[in-house]
Design a protein around this ligand. Structure first.
Ligand code: HEM
Length: 827
């Protein structure tokens, strides 16, 4: 056995040495250009941690303008100066005319016997034929000149559309996409492809085109490791086939119509690209592919350039003014720009050139080194919880960072400037929320606020109902007595536990869940005495929803349930939904029998009146209980922990309560007279924002702090890091409620150094309820009892370790012993 171990140990030592000797010899005798040393198997992948073009530019500074790198089993040569470019693209152009086609499209090519311009791997006969047709039919000087009227017509449709939408928000990228898609489609087959009004269709076609682009640029193991060739382990080939089929369906009808017309002898005198392709004997699949290629290369690039040019002009009012002046001077007020006017507009031309120059450099924010395949997952699985790990990374990489989590791009903002850009300036775009694949098992049409992937119609309706039925100020005021009653039940229970150790979070959880359930369906959900089973059920759903699901980061796993999360979610639903079923059935019965007619309508009544299904209602009741109960109890637990750890603050709060509260019970109406209590709440939320990270997704591509944030990237704002930013807070780690006394700083989402409730469209709608419930509970606990740590632990030994699930909670639950105050406070 020992000998075996020794053998393997020797092998381990010898293999790397052998590899480096081999690589050294190969380099020495192969005369490849210089370059960074490749690692075994991986090669130089780790050298490309920034967006490829930037890493390569940096490497060229070290290794020279002509470099060689190894990517897995592939050799890559990179030229980075004029001389290298001339040698590659001019002197050796004949030899260097191949193009690498990603393996992702290998299956597509084989299935459809494609001909191609963009994706031809060499300059073969079919490529030559296609290029000739392309040049003569689409982009020859004559064709360009002939089509100037067509271009002007399409631009006029755009201008008319914008004139009809004066004062409305328009998505420039989308409408220009239609204009440029129709211009190209008229060249291809003499028809508009997309109606400018039809945003939905624009979206679908655009999505297919974008998906193709994404798939083409996706890292595919097969490209670099021949051992994987043909296996499609990442499922990219399968996806590409599906995407092509969806794209093809868009113009199959057009090709069929044209073929029928030609068969029937109906031939238009203006021949177009489609006529030329058919005349050259291309079949339908081949034509579909060529249409796809031309649209991908022609439409998205032009509409993207217009969108960026407009964004630059809006961002630079001086340039916009100068351009307006040029247009007025050359063309006069209010005239339409003609194709023939362009040569007289040098500043316009300069603006386009400058946009294209900048576009070349647009890149993702900096960030730590992503490993192949797993990306930066290890950076978030260190000993620190995600918010702390990200705050530490931000100290190195800056307040806006990009990380790769498997195949997902994650952008993280950690300063108030970045938070302002994400949650205020780009709020409309950043209003998506990442939703774990685990929850998809609950059905497609979930009724959800927190889990709405974007601000859908159902989300709007639900947020409206939430605001009017749960947190409108008259509702909050009229429910004050209910909240006081629930808190009194908690205090009464604690009276029976005087001298014993109590679990603060669990006790308050019941109170908070019942306050929310009273608002939702006018009943208690959990028996205050002890209903651990129900608490556990709700917490289990929460745990499943917050457990990272590999399928979210590696789409290859999306059809599987490797961690059993979906199976367990279904199991949980089986146990939880019957509890809601009983509530909903009871309500329906009572509505039928007319018994509810004199009762004030609650949230459930409104959901039923809006015709939401049983499955939808069950989920929203689950979600509301989770968000309402857990955030409130975690906030109370943190606030009590800080008060215990800081006896001075506890004494000061006790004094304020003794002075201001006339009876034994703290009332809701007392809260405005308790500024120190309010300051304690704010300070506790600063150090322990209950959500930790504000999670969003970008619903469109946009630019934040001059970096590109692509559509569908996850965007997190680290509110924990904002609350502890030493450039914004004096002694940021010290619990000092007095910093908020006399300060205007509020949690209403306008001060971006302090956003415990988030900000913008998706800001916490429960704020009015939380900011009345949390201080009422804490004030009642402090006013009624003295609090001690078990086992004579001294306050400063209390640990404040955190754990981050859906919310940021105390890692070790706060266990305290209540003792009656010297002057007994009880009614
Ligand atoms: C101290 C207590 C609480 C804190 C610190 C808190 C914090 C937050 C934060 C940071 C967000 C994300 C905001 C964003 O994306 O900009 C959020 C969302 C949300 N919160 Fe709260 N929350 C609290 C209590 C509550 C309560 C009591 C309820 C309900 C009864 C609630 C319901 C919600 C809902 C429904 C959302 C999702 C809104 C949407 O996506 O449209 N929260 N909360």
């Amino acid at each position: 056995m020992e000998q075996m171990n020794l053998f393997f140990l020797n092998l381990l030592l010898v293999l790397p040495v052998f590899y480096f000797v081999l690589e050294y010899t190969r380099r020495k005798f192969s005369n490849y250009p210089p370059g960074p040393y490749p690692l075994p198997i991986l090669g130089n992948f780790l050298n490309l941690h920034k967006p490829g073009h930037i890493s390569l530019a940096n490497l060229a500074k070290v290794h020279g303008p002509l470099m060689s790198l190894r990517l897995g089993a592939k050799l890559l040569i990179v030229g980075s100066n004029q001389a290298a470019a001339t040698e590659i693209l001019k002197v050796n152009d004949r030899v260097m005319c191949g193009r690498r086609i990603p393996q992702t499209f290998e299956a597509v090519g084989k299935t459809f016997d494609l001909v191609s311009i963009l994706a031809a791997n060499k300059c073969n006969e079919s490529w030559k034929m296609m290029r000739t047709i392309f040049k003569t039919e689409l982009v020859s000087a004559e064709a360009t000149e002939n089509k100037s009227v067509l271009r002007e017509e399409k631009v006029k449709v755009l201008i008319d559309f914008l004139s009809n939408n004066k004062g409305n928000v328009v998505n420039i990228g989308e409408v220009v996409f239609s204009t440029s898609a129709n211009f190209v489609s008229n060249l291809l087959f003499s028809k508009d492809f997309i109606s400018i009004q039809d945003e939905g269709k624009v979206g679908a076609a655009k999505e297919h085109i974008r998906e193709m682009e994404r798939l083409a640029s996706c890292f595919n193991l097969e490209d670099y490791y021949p051992i994987f060739k043909g296996l499609d382990v990442q499922g990219l080939g399968k996806k590409a086939l599906k995407c092509i089929e969806s794209l093809n369906a868009c113009w199959d009808v057009i090709i069929d119509e044209r073929e029928t017309s030609i068969k029937n002898g109906v031939i238009s005198k203006d021949k177009d690209f489609l006529d030329a392709l058919l005349a050259n004997g291309l079949n339908k699949d081949q034509i579909n592919w060529i249409f796809g290629e031309v649209l991908i290369t022609g439409v998205d690039t032009s509409s993207g350039a217009v969108e960026w040019a407009m964004a630059e002009l809006i961002k630079n009012p001086e340039a916009m003014l100068k351009l307006r002046e040029e247009l007025t001077k050359e063309l006069g007020e209010g005239t339409t720009v003609k194709d023939s006017d362009l040569p007289r507009l040098p500043f316009l031309n300069a603006c386009v050139k400058e946009t294209l120059r900048k576009l070349k450099f647009c890149s993702y924010p900096p960030g730590p080194y992503p490993l192949p395949i797993i990306g930066n997952i290890l950076h978030l699985s260190s000993n620190d919880t995600a918010h702390v790990a990200l705050a530490n990374l931000a100290k190195i990489h800056g307040p806006i960072m990009s990380l790769k989590l498997g195949e997902r791009l994650l952008i993280v903002g950690s300063s108030h400037e970045v938070a302002t850009e994400i949650l205020k300036i780009h709020d409309r775009v950043m209003c998506g929320r990442p939703v774990p694949k685990t929850l998809e098992v609950l059905g497609e049409n979930l009724l959800t606020l927190v889990g709405a992937k974007s601000c859908t119609e159902n989300w709007k309706i639900l947020r409206g109902i939430f605001k009017t039925e749960l947190v409108a100020s008259e509702v909050i005021n009229s429910n004050a007595t209910m909240r006081e009653e629930k808190v009194k039940e908690l205090i009464d229970l604690l009276m029976e536990k005087v001298g014993k150790v109590v679990h603060i979070h669990d006790l308050v959880y019941t109170t908070a869940a019942n306050i929310v359930s009273r608002l939702l369906f006018s009943q208690d959900f959990i028996n205050i005495e002890d209903e651990r089973k129900k608490i556990n059920l709700v917490k289990e759903v929460e745990k499943l929803a917050s457990t990272p699901n590999v399928a979210d980061y590696f789409p290859i796993f999306s059809g599987l349930d490797v961690q059993g999360l979906r199976r367990n979610t279904l199991k949980c639903r089986e146990n939880l939904y019957p509890l809601w079923d009983a509530v909903v059935d009871g309500r329906k019965e009572s509505i039928k029998s007319g018994g509810d007619s004199c009762k004030n309508k609650d949230f459930l009544d409104v959901l039923l009146a809006n015709g939401f299904s049983r499955n939808q209602i069950n989920w929203i009741l689950t979600e509301m209980t989770i968000t309402g109960a857990n955030t409130t109890s975690a906030a109370v637990e943190w606030m009590m922990a800080e008060l215990i750890k800081n006896p001075e603050a506890m004494n000061k709060l006790g004094e304020e309560l003794a002075k201001e509260i006339s009876g034994n019970i703290v009332r809701d109406s007392d809260l405005p007279r308790l500024p120190y209590l309010n300051a304690c709440l704010k300070e506790s939320l600063r150090l322990h924002p209950t959500v930790g990270l504000v999670l969003r997704t970008a619903t469109e591509t946009c630019e934040v702090m001059n970096y590109t944030i692509p559509k569908d990237s996850e965007v997190w704002v680290n509110q924990w890091a904002l609350g502890r930013d030493p450039t914004k807070w004096e002694d940021p780690l010290v619990f000092n409620p007095s910093r908020f006394l006399g300060s205007n700083l509020s949690y209403m989402g306008n001060n971006f150094e302090y956003i415990p409730f988030g900000s913008g469209k998706r800001m916490c709608p429960g704020l009015p309820l939380a900011t009345r419930t949390v201080p009422l509970i804490v004030a009642s606990l402090v006013h009624s009892f003295e609090w001690y740590l078990p086992d004579d632990t001294s306050p400063h030994e209390l640990d404040m370790e955190e754990k981050l699930g859906l919310i940021l909670q105390k890692s070790n639950p706060l266990l305290l012993i209540p003792k009656l105050k010297a002057l007994e406070i009880r009614i």
